[in-house]
Design a binder for this molecule. Structure first.
Ligand code: HEM
Length: 424
């Protein structure tokens, strides 16, 4: 029996994105968990729900908030539409991050895949920027102050900080110009850039004959349709049903209209930037806003170019030893980061102990070394005691960094209250 017309149309579209035959190993669930495909589908959902939102949204300080309230209360399926857009955007950040984790730990970023790691990083930047610019658009207290905090952080970048922050905001604080700029970035330039770089990203995956597999020499090719297409259609349906149900029961947040003179206590950045806000609480602003992010970005760009010894392309954690080292590194970073946060909150008082020293040293360099020296010693010991390879050491270093960020993000989001005090 012939499948229904819509199913045939979807299949034909999906087939244009794939080669006619595909490696059997490449379509096993645990190879990619479909994360790249889910990210792409989320982008499509965001694109179409965003197009509809444009019909009612008013991009001005006077009209933005009221247009969202009217959308929620007076438009048929308006609230559902907004919720769908909001939760898809949130999920896209999580999925893009998990996809990064998957390609990194499954050794899928070396040799001919280096370039795609870099395009991936760019895509992640675009995903986060899209989310951040969209965050301001409801013009409520939550979004106004979150954007104020984040753009203020930029002012700590030496020499150019004020200029960059003023350029993004269109003034010295978040105002009508900021809203208009963010609106145009969010609904114009950023989606365009994403479509372009996603196309390059997909093309590069095809160019290297699909995603990594453990044993490319033992390739067994199967027809893309139905073997891959059926899985993709299934995953897409599950995702859409899940999102619809979620959007029916959980509302996107909306506080009172933005009041630039009344800052809520606590004022928090969007959850995915909370790691940086937590950093700012613990270390001098030049380190939190510039030195550490710049070092981390440089390191992530450099990752696939590290001179390595043995890479088992397509093998999760590279080897059993690599897997153990990754788990130990995550545990180390969890305990160590939490300990430093607690010590800094309740014990350390470097400005009091060293009143003559410039804050850049007492609150900055000392705190930085207090993290980097023990973490470096841990990695050194791990390498010498367990005999892991360079690539596995790199994996451990990335694990320490990622875990530290996740711990800071969680502490900042969930365990800080009034005055950003711990457990208040
Ligand atoms: C909007 C965001 C993104 C989309 C839509 C996307 C989409 C995809 C898709 C569909 C694939 C092939 C299937 C799969 O691996 O699941 C893929 C592979 C890949 N992606 Fe992404 N991606 C995104 C972000 C990223 C990020 C943040 C990184 C890392 C920094 C990244 C790096 C890679 C690499 C290296 C591959 C090749 C993996 C392999 O050959 O096994 N991508 N991406």
């Amino acid at each position: 029996m012939k499948p229904p017309a819509t199913q045939r149309a979807i299949t034909r579209l999906l087939l244009h994105l794939h080669p006619p035959k595909i490696d059997e190993q490449a379509i096993k669930w645990n190879r990619t968990f479909g994360l790249g495909g889910i990210a792409a589908l989320l982008f499509v959902i965001l694109f179409f729900t965003g197009l509809l939102l444009r019909f009612v949204y008013v991009p001005s300080v006077e009209g933005a908030y009221d247009s969202i309230v009217a959308l929620n209360n007076n438009t048929l399926f308006g609230r559902l539409l907004r919720n769908l857009h909001y939760w898809s955007a949130t999920l896209l950040i999580i999925v893009a991050f998990l996809h990064l984790v998957r390609v990194f730990y499954s050794q899928s970023i070396y040799y001919e895949r280096r370039k795609n790691w870099l395009y991936g990083l760019l895509l992640l930047f675009l995903v986060v920027s899209s989310n951040f610019t969209g965050y301001l658009l409801p013009w409520d207290q939550l979004s106004f102050w979150a954007v104020t905090i984040m753009t203020n952080m930029l002012t700590y970048i030496p020499l150019i900080g004020d200029g960059v922050a003023n350029l993004i905001r269109g003034g010295e604080d978040v105002n009508a110009n900021t809203l208009l700029r963010f609106y145009h970035f969010h609904t114009g330039l950023l989606p365009l850039l994403m479509v372009f770089f996603m196309s390059v990203h997909f093309w590069l995956v095809r160019k290297v004959k699909g995603v990594t597999v453990n044993n490319p020499s033992q390739r067994k090719m199967v027809d893309t349709n139905p073997h891959l297409v059926s899985k993709e259609v299934f995953l897409a349906l599950v995702l859409i049903i899940f999102l619809l149900l979620f959007a029916m029961f959980f509302n996107a947040p909306l506080q009172g209209k933005a009041e630039p003179s009344v800052s809520p206590n606590p004022s928090k950045a969007p959850w995915y930037f909370m790691g940086f806000q937590e950093l700012l609480i613990n270390i001098h602003p030049t380190f939190a806003s510039f030195i550490i992010p710049a070092l981390a970005i440089g390191f992530f760009i450099y990752i696939p170019f590290v001179k390595f010894d043995s890479v088992n392309t397509g093998t999760w954690f590279n080897s059993a030893k690599g897997k153990r080292a990754t788990i130990v590194s995550a545990l180390f970073s969890l305990v160590f980061t939490l300990t430093l946060i607690l010590l800094n909150e309740y014990v350390f008082n470097f400005t009091g102990w060293l009143p003559e020293w410039p804050p850049f040293i007492s609150l900055g360099l000392i705190m930085f070394l207090l993290y980097v020296v023990p973490a470096g010693a841990f990695l050194y010991l791990l390498k010498t005691k367990t005999g892991i390879s360079r690539v596995e050491l790199l994996m451990s270093a990335v694990t320490v960094l990622l875990t530290a960020y996740l711990v800071m993000m969680t502490v900042g989001s969930l365990f800080r209250g009034e005055g950003m005090q711990l457990f208040s």
